[in-house]
Ligand binder design. Structure first.
Ligand SMILES: Nc1ncnc2c1ncn2[C@@H]1O[C@H](COP(=O)(O)OP(=O)(O)OP(=O)(O)O)[C@@H](O)[C@H]1O
Length: 363
């Protein structure tokens, strides 16, 4: 059962000369990413959650307190699965035996089985490798086994510390769809540490931005992506990740019609089934703004929107935030525009514009 009580995370204290003082709440379901530059304290937060690092504070999951001023549950009494950068599998055991390792220690000792072996094998595509030795697996395959092993220990929380960082680009692409499926299928909440924004955007629902041991911002991924005061919205590849519903298909032109709060999009190719939800990304540099909807171009997607905010990126460029829909009732998107065109069109917050979306990426 998915809990509606948020996860409460608060740790403060010194780690050598490094001061950590983080406090945030996150949903007790879905994937929460801890994102920030190297050395900002991401791994330390995970270690505190696991009880491997003891600092003052409080941690509660679904209303169950693991740590506060009166109590501290030792690591072995915290029902967590931990996935590290490098999968530390037992080389002398088969994949099956590796998978069942944590299972035996929990289900074998009376913990209720909510995640079964066959389920994990199916979810992570491990069927063909069960009798093989981890020595003969690729990095991506090993990491899938490590995730499976962590899940079979029946965790109430999955901690993933840079699970893709050691993989090459190809292996990363191979494993990402499995992690996405995990996200869609399982109710186990995940705390994911990453310094790769594209990974975060593909997987996370909730984002916690860390800087120098503190929380810079915490909220829904789409909200933080569209806040031009935050560093994620100022990156060259800044954009928003949105959920859109497949409305139907244009068979003549091979297009998929998507609906999202405040607008509709047509995307080349036929994918998904009508009624399903797709995750899409709209990059700020792929959006331009116009005063009028129909000035004849090849761009199919022209959406009315209200300008919500604008932030100067540098002397030449502005990051504009728009809420889709004539009344600005819909999702937020970003547009990176030159300050010159902004001035020439006389744009300002509150104005109605037409966002011309050149590209929509499916995630
Ligand atoms: N037990 C400890 N004793 C002393 N210093 C520590 C300890 N644990 C962490 N630190 C320091 O705390 C800081 C934050 O480290 P942490 O590994 O949490 O950062 P990070 O954001 O995960 O970095 P990266 O992305 O490089 O892994 C670093 O300066 C690290 O050296």
């Amino acid at each position: 059962m998915t809990s509606t009580v948020p996860m409460q995370v608060h740790f403060h204290g010194m780690l050598g000369r490094f001061a950590l003082d983080v406090a945030f709440t996150a949903p007790a379901h879905g994937i929460t990413a801890l994102f920030g530059p190297s050395g900002c304290g991401k791994t330390s937060v995970l270690r505190c959650v696991a009880g491997l690092q003891r600092l003052d504070g409080r941690f509660a999951l679904a209303g169950e307190v693991w740590q506060d001023e009166r109590q501290f549950r030792p690591p072995h009494r915290r029902p967590i699965g931990y996935v590290f950068q490098e999968a530390s599998l037992f080389p002398h055991l088969s994949v099956r035996a590796n998978l069942l390792y944590g299972h035996r220690r929990t289900v074998g000792r009376g913990v209720t089985e909510t995640i079964r072996l066959d389920e994990v094998v199916e979810l992570l595509g491990l069927g063909r490798m069960l009798d093989r030795s981890p020595r003969h697996l690729s990095g991506g395959e090993r990491q899938r086994v490590a995730v499976g092993r962590a899940l079979l220990s029946q965790p109430r929380l999955l901690l993933m510390d840079e699970p893709l960082a050691a993989l090459d680009r190809f292996s990363k692409e191979e494993i990402l769809p499995y992690l996405e499926r995990l996200h869609d299928t399982l109710s186990v909440p995940v705390l994911l540490v990453s310094h790769d924004i594209t990974e975060v955007e593909r997987l996370a629902d909730h984002l916690v931005l860390l800087r120098a041991g503190r929380v810079e911002a915490s909220g829904k991924l789409a909200e933080l992506q569209a806040d031009p005061k935050l560093p994620v919205a100022r990156l060259p590849e800044a954009g928003v990740t949105l959920k859109a519903q497949v409305e139907g298909f244009d068979a003549e032109y091979d297009l998929t019609m998507l609906a999202l709060p405040g607008g509709r999009l047509q995307v080349p190719g036929v994918f998904g089934e009508a009624g399903t939800t797709q995750r899409i990304r709209i990059t700020a540099s792929d959006v331009s703004l116009a005063r009028h909807p129909d000035d004849g171009s090849t761009i199919l997607n022209v959406l009315p929107a209200r300008i919500v905010a604008a932030e100067k990126l540098n002397h030449a460029q502005i990051m504009a935030v728009m809420a889709l829909g004539e009344a600005g009732e819909g999702d937020r998107v970003l547009a990176r525009v030159t300050r010159k065109s902004w001035d020439l069109l006389g744009l300002a917050p509150g104005e109605l514009v037409y966002a011309r979306v050149k590209g929509v990426a499916l995630m």
